[in-house]
Ligand binder design. Structure first.
Ligand SMILES: [Zn+2]
Length: 223
C-alpha cells in the first residue's frame, strides 16, 4: 500500500507536471533567473508561493527558524543562510530581498521562554533575536512587536553584507521587510520612512522604499 507522500509524488508527476511541463523545461534549458531572494521563517503556515503568487523559477528561498540573518562576521563558518545570500546576490544577482517573519512565531516565543536544554544549536541561533526582545512579559502584543522588530533587525544586518550594501546603494537591489499575519491573511510591510509596518492593503509599495518602479522581466512596470 503506497503511503500518503508517495501518492502525492505520483500526483505531482502525473497531474501537475504535464500541465506545466514547458515551464519546467524552459527553466532547465535557460537556467533559473529568479529576481527575488525570499528569507522566511520555517513555519509551516508561511507559504511564500501562495503569498506572492509566485511560480516555479520566481523565488530563490532560504528558510530558517525565525527568518534570521546571521551577522556578517567573516568567520568563514558553515553559515547556510549567509551562503544563500552570497549566492543570490553575487551569483543570481537578485533585485529584491524579502525578509518575512510572521504572527505567532515559535522562534520569537522560544527566544523569550528558552529552548530545551538539549537544543544547543537552537539556543545559539535564537540569540540572533536578542536585540529585538523587549524587557517585558511576552504578551501577545509584545510578541507581535518583537516579531516586527526582528524583521527590521535582519534588514539592518543585511546591510552589513558588503555585496548587499553595494547593490542597494547602486540602486540594483531593494530590501523588503514583511510581517505576515496568518489569521488576517495579510502581509504588513515595513516602511522605513514611516518607521512602521503598514498593511499591504494600505501600503503604496512592498519594500522599505521609496524606490524606483520595479520592472518585471516581461517589461511590465509595477509601481
Ligand atoms: Zn516563525
Amino acid at each position: 500500500m503506497p503511503d500518503d507522500l508517495l501518492l502525492r509524488l505520483r500526483d505531482f508527476h502525473e497531474d501537475y507536471f504535464p500541465r506545466h511541463q514547458q515551464r519546467f523545461q524552459d527553466l532547465v534549458a535557460q537556467g533559473q533567473h529568479p529576481k527575488t531572494l525570499f528569507i522566511g521563517c520555517s513555519d509551516s503556515r508561511l507559504v511564500p508561493y501562495l503569498l506572492t503568487g509566485a511560480a516555479p523559477g520566481d523565488l530563490f528561498i532560504v528558510r530558517n527558524v525565525g527568518a534570521f540573518v546571521p551577522p556578517y562576521d567573516q568567520s568563514h563558518g558553515l553559515h547556510g543562510t549567509m551562503a544563500a545570500i552570497e549566492f543570490a546576490v553575487l551569483g543570481l544577482k537578485v533585485e529584491r530581498i524579502i525578509v518575512c517573519g510572521h504572527s505567532h512565531c515559535g522562534a520569537i516565543r522560544t527566544a523569550y521562554e528558552g529552548a530545551p536544554e538539549e537544543a544547543v544549536a537552537l539556543k545559539a541561533w535564537l540569540r540572533l533575536a536578542d536585540e529585538a526582545l523587549l524587557p517585558v512579559q511576552p504578551s501577545p502584543e509584545a510578541l507581535c512587536r518583537t516579531e516586527q522588530r526582528a524583521v527590521v533587525l535582519q534588514l539592518m544586518r543585511l546591510m552589513d553584507y558588503p555585496m548587499v550594501r553595494r547593490a542597494v546603494e547602486a540602486g540594483h537591489l531593494t530590501l523588503h521587510g514583511w510581517h505576515y499575519v496568518i489569521e488576517q491573511g495579510e502581509v504588513h510591510v515595513f516602511d522605513a520612512v514611516r518607521g512602521a509596518f503598514v498593511p499591504a492593503s494600505e501600503s503604496d509599495h512592498s519594500g522599505t522604499g521609496p524606490y524606483l518602479p520595479y520592472v518585471e522581466h516581461d517589461g511590465q512596470v509595477l509601481e
